[in-house]
Write a protein that binds this ligand. Structure first.
Ligand code: ZN
Length: 191
């Protein structure tokens, strides 16, 4: 989905994106020395926003069916009864915030040609309307729910996920390799 520049290169891109957004908005993102790490600043805001998305998903999402509950247990989720599937025209991203939009674009989360079909926010799995959430694809997202569950918090998970993404790229990062193994393992019915 994007070219990988290595962690240092991408951190520079993220910093540039944040500074550019700050210039556009006249914002004071770099007004103090404590905010010198733009990636950390981005993650703090992203995690706070993601908590509101999970709350919304818990409110309007659909619980898993009996068959999906079995899949969630097979994947290793401790509390499959908390999982909700949430359909939306677009899998959410905080695009209304110029800094978040700039960083999201620099990391390949959003932008022209980028389609996010599904994403786990806590126990809520958001699915793009029109995307066929088949068994392997659901197993993949359930692995992300399991990873979030075994982390101390969604924030701890995000602070593991994003540096892995910057370091290895989407297809080679350990958290995604683990999830893609589930695509293969649960490809056939009854597995
Ligand atoms: Zn994934």
């Amino acid at each position: 989905m994007m070219k990988y520049l290595g962690a240092a290169g991408l951190r520079a891109v993220v910093a540039g994106a944040v500074m550019g957004a700050a210039l556009v908005t006249g914002g004071g993102a770099f007004a103090s020395a404590e905010q010198a790490d733009p990636l950390s600043d981005f993650l703090t805001k992203y995690v706070a926003w993601a908590e509101t998305i999970e709350a919304e998903g818990q409110e309007r999402g659909t619980p898993l069916t009996a068959e999906q509950l079995d899949l969630a247990k097979a994947v290793g989720i401790q509390h499959p009864e908390k999982v909700r599937l949430v359909y939306a025209d677009v899998v959410p991203f905080p695009v209304e915030d110029p800094e978040m939009r700039a960083v999201g674009g620099s990391m390949g989360f959003i932008g022209p040609g980028v389609i996010n079909n599904a994403q786990a926010f806590g126990y809520t799995i958001w699915i793009r309307n029109g995307f066929t959430m088949d068994r392997p694809a659901l197993a993949h997202e359930l692995v992300h729910v399991m990873q979030i569950e075994r982390s101390a918090s969604f924030g701890a998970y995000a602070r593991e996920y994003v540096p892995q993404l910057l370091e290895h790229g989407h297809s080679d990062m350990p958290l995604e390799v683990e999830a893609y193994e589930a695509n293969r393992k649960f490809a056939a019915p009854g597995t």
